[in-house]
Design a protein around this ligand. Structure first.
Ligand code: G6Q
Length: 546
């Protein structure tokens, strides 16, 4: 691992960007477009039919070259090769970070501690293929001899959000008659409502947990097993439960046949794991060939990221633009705006990918970060729905929020003029954010008095527009890998470890200590628990509890 010798904000490249910010602040994007007739061509990149338009950003050529210099000064090139070559860049957990090996469709070996991991990766993929083919063809039978019609993935965080988002995004490619459900929450409602929708004899549970110790997942899995045994008896478990984990012993202890366990490895981070056997629900839903296309798209983006110079590199440009806004314009947030109903879970998925990776306040060397900000607050919703809710704040609020608009050129559900209307809204929104509407324009429309100010749009609000040919498995793979690498780029610049998540521990530990108080096993120390118990009694009195 490279040791950063100087605090980021004291680098001369950083200071040059502060200077550049003072210069750029005085120029509007509207003026930039007037001055530079080729701005659209100059600030856009294609990779196959994946297209990024970043012309509507507060940048000029000089800005980009200064951002590239910052990337160089921060050792970005070296960091990329360290990740791909299996160096233990997750220093706090002493692990390699190799989600890229899961989609390495080349013959290149990838070494972890001197051992090529590719044969194991290929063998798990083969096992996923065999199993998913059997379930999809009806060859795999439940304990009563019936074929599987419903898959219930039980997992949380990284073992839930990726497969949940991808199966929804690729619903159009789903096998009819095989439904996928996702249970993550410890709230009993999640499992109960799901079990109400399925028949035990035709349901397959996938228990997805890297550690196989996660409280929510194990509690849900035990309740699901009880439900199954009540309906079909104890011998049914082996035909209705499979596990995905790195922890063979815990899977066996749970009572799942190791033959029905799909392995993955500690060098796959939870939030980067949809490409591993954690993607089994995806594979079952869309078939192995389509799952492979997803990997192919991601591999295409990996190769692009690994080999292209900074100035032609989509994830690097996206990452550095984020740095430009969060650190120099002091933006706090990023809006993810997919104009595709199938991608409605993308903001939630990227929320974890980005905020759990880069929501850190300590450098790799263990110094508290005080002079610059790290990861943004990420939010979003599928367009055009968001336009009728939070876009008001994007256009006229006091926050400065860069936006990513994501849209396919072709709809998977052509319906009259719907897709043209959708596309026109994307372009309209990005133009409105960028151009705004001046006081003069408002007055020329006949508005008077205090109303004028309310009608003004300041404009100069940046956005990227990503257009893909259509949301096929291949292009979805490219999009997701692009965001993974963009997040990596930012982590490198900020000198943080993007691959641990220690911030989730404390609350979990306290919850475990508090539980016995709620169960009446220990004296109550928390006044709020006294209040809850009092309220439970009142609820009982009124007979609401049934
Ligand atoms: C992701 C995190 C976290 C993890 C869940 C589930 O990067 O590590 O979201 O995926 O806590 O963990 P298990 O897969 O071990 O149950």
């Amino acid at each position: 691992m490279q040791v950063r010798k100087q605090v980021l904000s004291s680098l001369s490249e950083w200071k040059a960007l502060e200077e550049e910010h003072r210069r750029i602040e005085k120029i509007s994007m509207k003026e930039m477009f007037q001055r530079e007739p080729n701005r659209f061509e100059d600030f856009s990149i294609s990779l196959d039919n994946f297209f990024l338009d970043y012309s509507k950003n507060c940048i000029e050529e000089k800005t980009l070259s200064l951002l590239f210099k910052l990337g160089e000064a921060c050792g970005l090139k070296e960091a990329i090769s360290s990740m791909f070559s299996g160096e233990k860049i997750n220093i706090t957990e002493d692990r390699s970070v190799l989600h890229t090996a899961l989609r390495n469709l080349s013959d290149r070996p990838v070494y972890v501690e001197g051992k090529d991991v590719m044969p194991a990766v290929r063998s798990v993929l083969e096992k996923m293929k065999e199993f998913s083919d059997k379930v999809r063809s009806g060859e795999w039978k439940g304990s009563t001899g019936e074929a599987i019609t419903d898959i219930v993935n039980i997992g949380i965080g990284g073992s839930d959000l990726g497969p949940r988002m991808v199966t929804e995004a690729l619903k159009k490619y789903q096998k009819p008659g095989l439904n996928c459900h996702f249970v993550s929450n410890i709230d009993g409602t999640d499992l109960t409502e799901t079990l109400n929708k399925v028949e035990a004899s035709t349901t397959l549970f996938i228990i997805s947990s890297k550690t196989f110790t996660t409280q929510e997942t194990i509690t849900n899995a035990l309740s699901a097993r009880r439900w199954l045994i009540n309906k079909l008896g104890p011998s049914s478990v082996s035909r209705h439960f499979v596990a995905i984990s790195t922890n063979r012993k815990a899977v066996e202890d749970f009572g799942i046949d190791p033959a029905n366990m799909f392995e993955f490895w500690d060098w796959v981070g939870g939030r980067y794991s949809l490409w591993s056997s954690i993607g089994l629900s995806i594979c079952l839903s869309i078939g192995f060939e389509n799952f492979k296309h997803l990997l192919e798209g991601a591999f295409r983006m990996d190769e692009h990221f690994r080999t292209r110079p900074f100035s032609e590199n989509i994830p690097i440009i996206m990452g550095l633009l984020g740095i430009w806004y969060y650190n120099f314009f002091h933006a706090d947030a990023l809006a993810i705006l997919p104009y595709d109903q199938y991608l409605s879970n993308l903001p939630a998925y990227l929320q974890q990918a980005d905020m759990e990776s880069n929501g850190k306040g300590v450098t790799k060397e263990g110094e508290r970060i005080v002079s610059y900000k790290t990861g943004p607050i990420l939010f979003g919703a599928a367009g055009t729905n968001g336009q009728h809710s939070f876009y008001q704040l994007l256009h006229q609020g006091t926050h400065f929020i860069p936006c990513d608009f994501i849209v396919p050129a072709n709809s998977l559900n052509e319906l009259g003029e719907h897709h043209n209307i959708l596309l026109s809204n994307v372009i309209g929104q990005t133009e409105a954010l960028m151009m705004g509407k001046s006081r003069e324009e408002v007055i020329s429309e006949g508005f008077k008095g205090s109303l004028i100010e309310h009608k003004v749009f300041e404009g100069n609000r940046p956005s990227n527009t990503i257009i893909v040919e259509r949301f096929s498995p291949y292009y979805l793979g490219m999009l997701l890998a692009m965001y993974e690498h963009k997040i990596f780029v930012q982590g490198v610049i900020w000198d943080i470890n993007s691959f641990d998540q220690m911030g989730v521990e404390l609350g979990k530990k306290l919850a475990k200590e508090i539980l016995p108080e709620l169960k009446g096993e220990e004296p109550i120390k928390h006044p709020i628990i006294k209040k809850i118990i009092e309220m439970r009694r009142r609820d009982d009195d009124k007979g609401y509890s049934s």
